[in-house]
Structure formats: structure tokens, C-alpha cells
Ligand binder design. Structure first.
Ligand code: ADP
Ligand code: MG
Length: 729
């Protein structure tokens, strides 16, 4: 019997790092080579068209359709100079990935030949036949067609021979069918609300930008080994596999020397990423063996998210070139760390102020405290929703499964900031103001040196931690589109800021001066949102009990967590902030439940197949070998003696018989549980059934498979083992 496992292990060991051709120019010179950025707009567009386009990008002015043809012509010229023959609208449907349909530039010239053409009309809007994208019924019930529309704020770029145009994807009746459309609305909402609050402190502020710096974690697995693991190929994670004797317990992988083949992959990836304007800065080994991280410098959120989506596709492509497969799944291997995508988030003004960073004067710090407290208010009021925004069938393995971060949203502020908030909470307005003659009032808000705050010990267990000049939302899944988290967070903060302003204005109207009105409202909010603040160990059981007492959302079932999107408070928030309508929210939840069900369904099928086609046959084969040995011994020795001499073999024969039987019964039960669940009409109820009855069955089966792996002869085992998947590179 030839065993694919040994063949691929042998080949993997022989692989050498690929030679990577790094451009001769410096990174600053090839940065953005394949992006139609400002420099190229300036070069390829007429001056008046350039000015109008920049106005759209910088100030959110309406796109004047009359410039579309000129912009398209400039883009086409640049693209053709780079060997481009096709173009595509590039969008982000609710599948977590991106979608594209390439069209060639060619058109009939009317004289029997062809000409290359790309009009403004094609740039601005298209109707992809999108009936196969998840839409939660919107497209069936309302309007069959959907269209993609150009997002001028994210520059077009070239991939191979194709000009890619970032677009939103909406139905003809205007409902969002993607992540980008509601994201842009959420960013608009937070910009509007934050700008108004900024006016208390500085009238010159015209715009508030939301910043996002994501840190992408991932695993690399040798491509040959991957191909011998049907579970990895079809579900993105290992559904079985006993722990490797050595895994991450020595902490020798984190920040360790990057292995050569991986280093070559990273180098290649970074060059290509930089050419696409993705400002990659950091790379390192992560905690688990074969786990790594790549992080760019933060950017405006819409752009940062496009760049993350682009990087994830690029990673998959470049990995294959280097004989690897990249695993973006949140939990590809049991027993070791999973992968997340920390979202470093902050707001800043067009006047150059980072609103989540402490300032130099007491007035600056009042503004700082305002944005911290109102962020906490948004996160507190909508903690269940914010958890829902990062929940998925795959991220569920990470959240609450006793590893980073727990399935309860809370925020770590660190000692200094906590003390500052306590100070404001506990002192009355008189304490906070010292009336000092002609100078008027001075604020008794202690100064916080930036350096100190940045060095506060970092609580790794907190899902939403303050880290000096930003919050780090750590619960986001490695495979997710960050937009989901950014839509929920920014809308919640927009609502909190709007509400804050309303209450401050009401006090001012009654004759209170602005500063003391701000402080009074802040004091009230500091008290209200206190339950969200938690600096302790987020993994402890006591925290779960404590969080329940505080009224935080402690639900762990993924389908039930999705209910948060349809709560009264969430619908009101999304509608008030003009981000999503109830109809859109309901439709998107149908997609979420359906996606959840399908992922568990596929896993269950693969589990059944592998059990029946790999595990049971291999175990039975080994069992026969042992039985034959016992039989042979009987021809030489007496029955009593054989019982003694072969006691180990007999024990294993029995164990294999028992475990294979349990596995087979388990697979039958798994099939039956699916049959029952599949009959359920409601997507929500079906997902709940999959969560409650199908998923746990797989864990039971896995337990026995992993035990068999320990006793069956290594030479017979067909699936690459954890030690091979995790340590060969
Ligand atoms: P860590 O110690 O968490 O790895 P890094 O310094 O590597 O921190 O930064 C992680 C990410 O946070 C990077 O993308 C970085 O650009 C980004 N970042 C830094 N400051 C801010 C900020 N004020 N707002 C948003 N992102 C930020
Ligand atoms: Mg970080």
C-alpha cells in the first residue's frame, strides 16, 4: 500500500526556499507601482478633472458624472501602458471574500474589427449577474437585479492583466448586498457625529477620519501535506488529529528566527503588497508553530479594509508559488493558539489631532476623555451587537473556547486612564474647577504623559483594549472582513457621540457653561458605562460570573449571538445613524445563519467521509495484523501462554473494535441529526439545530479518532499528523 502521507512528507523535507527577485529600486520607489494613485491621476488626467476627482475623494463631494469619461480614459491609458487587457468591478459580497468578473477592453469598431474601449459608464456602474451571491432574500423579494458602483475613495489597481475597480454592491432598490456600502455609511456617521463634538474644542475641524491598522495572523502548511488532508482542503481546519508531543509549550516560536522558506514567502508577499500600496511594516513568527503575522501601517478604514481583502487574496496566491498553503481559519488546529486579526482603531481630525490620544493641556485632555468615554458608551450599550459583528462558525472556536479573547466584550483601560476616569467620577464640578481670578477657570484634569500610557502593561486577554492612542479590538477573526466589526463599532460610537452632544447642548441651553456641561455629562456616562471596564483576567471563570452580574452579553452560541442584530436597540441605532435599515439587517442575518449552517454541514460531511474512508479502514487493517499475530502465536504456544504474551495486542484489538464501533455509530447519529435539522424551514432555527445537535457530535467522534491515532501503527496512518503539519516548513 503506497501511503500518500509518507510521500508528501518526504517531498516537503526536500523543498528549498525559492529565490525571490526583489526589485532594484528602494521600497519607497516601487510603492504603489500598480495603483492609480494621486501621482498617476495628476499625470493621466486633465487638470480640471483631477481637481474635481480629488474634491470627491477628500471632501466627499458628489461625483460629477461628466468627468467619468475623462477619468476612465486616463485609467485606461495608464493600464494599457502596464500591459492590462481586462477590467473588473471588484466588490465584497457577504461571503467574506471578494468577487470579480473580468471583461476585456475590446469592443466592435463597426468596421468588422475591434477597438479597445473603456467608457465612464463602465467605470461608474455595472450590473454583475449576482443572483448567486448571498443576499438573504432581498433580491428575490424586491428586485431581481443588483449593481456595483465605483468607490472613488479607494484607488483602482492592477492585478496581473486586469484593472480592478473597488465598488460597492447594492440592489436596485438600494439595499446593501455587500460590506462596503454599509461601511461607508458608518464612516460617514462617525465623521458627522465626531466632527460636531470636536467643535466644542476647535471650530476649525471639518472632518474626522477613522483609522484602522489590522494585524493579520495566519498559518502556513506545506502544500503537499495540505493535499493529503481533505479536512484542511474542504473546511480550512483539521477536524481530527492528536496533539503533537511538542507544540507551543516551549514558547520558542514566538518572535523566533523566521524559517527560510517562510522568509522567502514573506519577502515575495511584501514586495507585491507594497507595489499595490499596502504599507506592510511588521512581520514575525507568532506563538503557535507555523503561525505568523503580517501588519501594515494604519490607514483610513475603507482603504485599510480593501487592502486587507487584497492582501488575503495575495497571500493565497504567493503561498502556492512557494509550495505552501496559507490557512486563514481562526482555529486550524486544536490545542494550540488560533488566529485573529487585531483591529487597531482610532479617530483623528483633519487638523491633525488624534482624538484617542492624550494631549498636553487640560483642555486637550477633556477632549481626549470625551472620546474615550463615548467610545466606551457605544461599546457598552451595544456589547452584544459588537460581539455579533465578529462572530462566525469559524471564529466561534476561538471566542470563549478558553483562549484569546473570551466571548464577552469588555474594555481594558490600564491603571492611569482608569484613575483619571475615577477622578472625574468622584469629584464634583467645584473640585474640577479652580476659579482663578481673571484667567477664568482652570481644569483639574491631571496630565497623562503619552509615554507612560503607552507603557502600561498590556492586558492580552482583553477583547477591546486601550493601547495608548487607540483601542485594539482583538476579537476580530483572522478570516473575517474587518468591515463587519468596523460597521458595528463606528455606528455605536457615532450614536454615543450624537447622544452626548444632544445632552450637552441641552445643558448649555439651560444656561450652563460649555465645559462644566461636558463634564457633567461625562460624569454621568462614566458611571453608566462602568460595567464594560474590566482590567482583570478575561479567561477566568470568575469573570464570566461577574460579567453576568454586570449585565454584559455572555451568550456563547453563535446563532443566538446573531439575534443581537435584530434587537430593538440595534435596529434603532442602525436606522438613526442611516447605516442600515431593518430590512437590510434582517436579510443579512438570514445570510449569517445560512452560512453558519453550511459551514457546519460541510464539516460534518467531511467528518463522516474521513471516518468511513480513512480512519475505520486503517484501524481495522491494523487490527487484522494484530489478530494474525495472535493467531500465529497460537500455533506455537498454548492458549494460556498466548493470553499472557499477547495481552497488549489483544487489548488493542478490543480497543480498536470498541472505538471504531463508537465512531460508526457517531457518524450515523451525525447523519440523522443533519437530516432532522435540514427539514427546518427557518434559517435561524436550522442554525440553532446545527449548533446544538450537529457540532457537538463531531467533537465526540473526534475524541475517539484521536485516541485511535495513538494506538494504530504510524506506518498505516494516512492523514499527515499534527507534528508534520506544524513543524515541516
Ligand atoms: P502591537 O504592539 O500591538 O503589535 P504595533 O505597533 O505593531 O502594535 O501596531 C499595530 C498596528 O496598530 C499597526 O498597524 C499600527 O500602524 C497601528 N496603529 C498605531 N497607532 C494607531 C492609531 N493611533 N490608530 C490606529 N492604528 C494605529
Ligand atoms: Mg497589537
Amino acid at each position: 500500500m503506497t501511503n500518500l502521507r509518507f510521500q508528501v512528507v518526504e517531498e516537503a523535507f526536500k523543498k528549498k526556499p525559492l529565490e525571490v527577485m526583489v526589485p532594484l529600486e528602494r521600497p519607497s520607489e516601487y510603492f504603489g507601482k500598480y495603483v492609480f494613485n494621486r501621482a498617476k491621476m495628476y499625470k493621466y488626467l486633465p487638470a480640471d478633472v483631477y481637481d474635481k476627482l480629488i474634491d470627491v475623494i477628500d471632501n466627499g463631494s458628489r461625483l460629477d458624472r461628466s468627468i467619468a469619461d475623462a477619468v476612465a480614459a486616463g485609467m485606461k491609458q495608464w493600464a494599457e501602458e502596464n500591459g492590462v487587457t481586462h477590467y473588473t468591478h471588484w466588490f465584497q459580497p457577504l461571503t467574506e471574500g471578494t468577487a470579480e468578473k473580468h471583461d476585456a477592453f475590446i469592443e466592435h469598431d463597426g468596421k468588422g474589427g475591434m477597438i479597445e474601449e473603456f467608457s465612464g459608464k463602465l467605470l461608474v456602474q455595472q450590473e454583475p449577474d449576482a443572483s448567486s451571491f448571498p443576499n438573504g432574500g432581498i433580491r428575490n423579494t424586491f428586485e431581481a437585479r443588483g449593481y456595483s458602483a465605483w468607490d472613488p475613495t479607494s484607488p483602482v489597481f492592477i492585478m496581473d492583466d486586469t484593472l480592478c475597480i473597488p465598488t460597492i454592491f447594492i440592489s436596485y432598490t438600494g439595499e446593501a448586498l455587500d460590506y462596503k456600502a454599509p461601511l461607508l455609511r458608518a464612516l460617514h456617521a462617525v465623521n458627522t457625529a465626531a466632527t460636531e463634538v470636536c467643535h466644542y474644542f476647535d471650530q476649525r475641524v471639518k472632518k474626522v477620519t477613522c483609522n484602522l491598522g489590522w494585524e493579520q495572523e495566519y498559518f502556513l502548511v506545506d502544500e503537499g501535506l495540505y493535499s493529503a488532508r481533505p479536512d484542511l482542503m474542504l473546511t480550512g481546519r483539521t477536524l481530527m488529529g492528536h496533539d503533537s508531543a511538542k507544540n507551543q509549550q516551549m514558547d520558542d516560536h514566538y518572535f523566533g528566527t523566521i524559517p527560510d522558506r517562510v522568509q522567502a514567502f514573506m519577502k515575495d508577499l511584501e514586495v507585491q503588497a507594497l507595489e499595490l500600496s499596502i504599507p506592510c511594516k511588521t512581520r514575525h513568527n507568532e506563538v503557535a508553530p507555523n503561525q505568523f503575522e503580517i501588519a501594515p501601517i494604519f490607514e483610513e478604514t475603507n482603504l485599510a479594509i480593501d487592502h486587507n481583502m487584497l492582501l488575503m487574496s495575495l497571500m493565497k496566491k504567493v503561498a502556492r508559488k512557494h509550495g505552501f498553503r496559507v490557512l486563514l481559519h481562526e482555529k486550524p488546529f486544536a490545542g494550540i493558539n488560533g488566529s485573529g486579526k487585531h483591529n487597531n482603531w482610532s479617530l483623528s481630525t483633519d487638523t491633525g489631532v488624534l482624538l484617542h490620544a492624550p494631549g498636553k493641556t487640560p483642555e486637550d485632555n477633556l477632549r481626549f476623555v470625551t472620546f474615550i468615554v463615548e467610545t466606551l458608551m457605544g461599546v457598552y450599550r451595544h456589547n452584544g451587537l459588537i460581539k455579533a459583528s465578529i462572530m462566525s462558525a469559524t471564529n466561534a472556536h476561538r471566542l470563549g473556547a478558553n483562549e484569546a479573547p473570551p466571548a464577552i466584550i469588555s474594555s481594558f483601560l490600564g491603571k492611569q486612564l482608569s484613575e483619571l476616569l475615577d477622578h472625574i467620577e468622584n469629584s464634583n464640578s467645584k473640585d474640577l474647577f479652580n476659579v482663578a481670578g481673571k484667567q477664568g477657570m482652570t481644569l483639574d484634569i491631571p496630565e497623562i504623559p503619552e509615554l507612560l500610557i503607552d507603557n502600561t502593561d498590556r492586558n492580552r486577554t482583553s477583547p477591546f483594549a486601550f493601547t495608548g492612542n487607540r483601542f485594539e479590538f482583538r476579537a476580530v477573526g483572522s478570516e473575517a472582513n474587518c468591515a463587519s466589526a468596523m460597521i458595528a463599532l463606528n455606528t455605536a460610537v457615532a450614536e454615543a457621540l450624537t447622544d452626548f452632544k444632544k445632552r450637552v447642548d441641552a445643558l448649555i441651553e439651560k444656561g450652563q457653561d460649555q465645559t462644566s456641561a461636558i463634564i457633567d455629562v461625562l460624569r454621568e456616562d462614566i458611571k453608566t458605562c462602568k460595567p464594560i471596564r474590566f482590567d482583570g483576567n478575561g479567561y477566568s471563570d470568575e469573570w464570566v460570573e461577574e460579567a453576568k452580574r454586570r449585565g454584559l452579553d455572555c451568550e456563547t452560541s453563535c446563532p443566538l449571538i446573531f439575534d443581537n442584530y435584530l434587537s430593538k436597540e440595534s435596529i434603532k441605532m442602525f436606522e438613526d445613524m442611516n447605516v442600515m435599515s431593518e430590512k437590510e439587517l434582517a436579510a443579512r442575518n438570514e445570510v449569517k445563519w445560512d452560512t453558519y449552517t453550511k459551514r457546519i454541514q460541510i464539516e460534518a460531511r467531511v467528518m463522516g467521509d474521513l471516518s468511513m474512508n480513512h480512519i475505520i479502514p486503517v484501524a481495522t487493517h491494523y487490527q487484522s495484523q494484530l489478530a494474525k499475530n495472535v493467531q500465529n502465536m497460537l500455533q506455537i504456544f498454548s492458549k494460556e501462554k498466548v493470553e499472557k504474551l499477547c495481552s497488549r495486542n489483544i487489548k488493542i484489538i478490543e480497543e480498536i473494535a470498541e472505538r471504531t464501533q463508537i465512531i460508526e455509530n457517531g457518524v450515523d447519529e451525525l447523519i440523522n441529526a443533519r437530516k432532522v435539522a435540514n427539514k427546518i424551514e427557518s434559517e435561524r432555527e436550522k442554525a440553532i439545530a446545527y449548533h446544538d445537535t450537529v457540532a457537538p457530535k463531531m467533537e465526540e467522534i473526534r475524541y475517539h479518532i484521536d485516541k485511535l491515532e495513538l494506538i494504530v501503527a504510524d506506518e498505516l496512518w494516512t492523514l499527515p499528523k499534527y507534528r508534520e503539519l506544524l513543524f515541516i516548513r
